[in-house]
Ligand binder design. Structure first.
Ligand code: FES
Ligand code: FES
Length: 167
């Protein structure tokens, strides 16, 4: 039995210790917003937050998250966000989702939950990233539809929203 916090709630999953976290989340916690892409840590489709930092859930045995906090795309999605309103990630998530919608970033959508999780983690840490900061933070998230330009523009837009909300 592995226990951890998933989107703000304690969960106990009866799964093998070496099961990748991705399968525990999708098949045992029934949260399917986190996607399987490559399974080898190369595409970023499976990105979730481990204690606030982006990780590839296909590469992490579920035993490695015992006692820790995992956030998935469902946990940052309004209106069901599991994050406390004042949390930096909650503010970043709101700005990211709004900018993603305004700029119509998504194409097929397959990579996008992973892209959003990486973008939220970036903006929570660095609310006004440069192009280089964005490229570095997002380098591990592959998009087969090549939405990269819109992703970068949406991250800048979300950063502007965050700074005007602060002013
Ligand atoms: S599915 Fe995990 S990085 Fe591609
Ligand atoms: S939007 Fe299709 S893979 Fe990224």
């Amino acid at each position: 039995m592995i226990q951890f916090t998933l989107n703000g709630k304690r969960v106990r999953l009866d799964v093998p210790a070496d099961m990748p976290l991705l399968w525990a989340i999708r098949d045992h916690a029934n949260l399917t917003g986190t996607k399987f892409g490559c399974g080898i840590g190369q595409c970023g489709a499976c990105t979730v937050h481990l204690d606030g930092a982006p990780v590839r859930s296909c590469q992490l045995p579920v035993s490695a998250v015992a006692g820790k906090a995992i956030t998935t795309i469902e946990g940052v999605s309004a209106p069901s966000s599991a994050l406390p309103t004042k949390d930096r990630r909650a503010r970043a998530a709101k700005a990211v989702q709004s900018a993603w919608t305004r700029l119509d970033v998504v194409q097929c959508g397959y990579c996008q939950s992973g892209q959003i999780m990486s973008a939220v983690a970036l903006l929570a840490d660095n609310p006004s990233p440069s192009d280089a900061d964005i490229d570095t933070a997002m380098a591990g998230n592959v998009c087969r539809c090549a939405t990269y330009h819109r992703i970068r523009a949406a991250i800048h837009e979300a950063a502007r929203d965050l700074s005007s909300a602060k002013a």
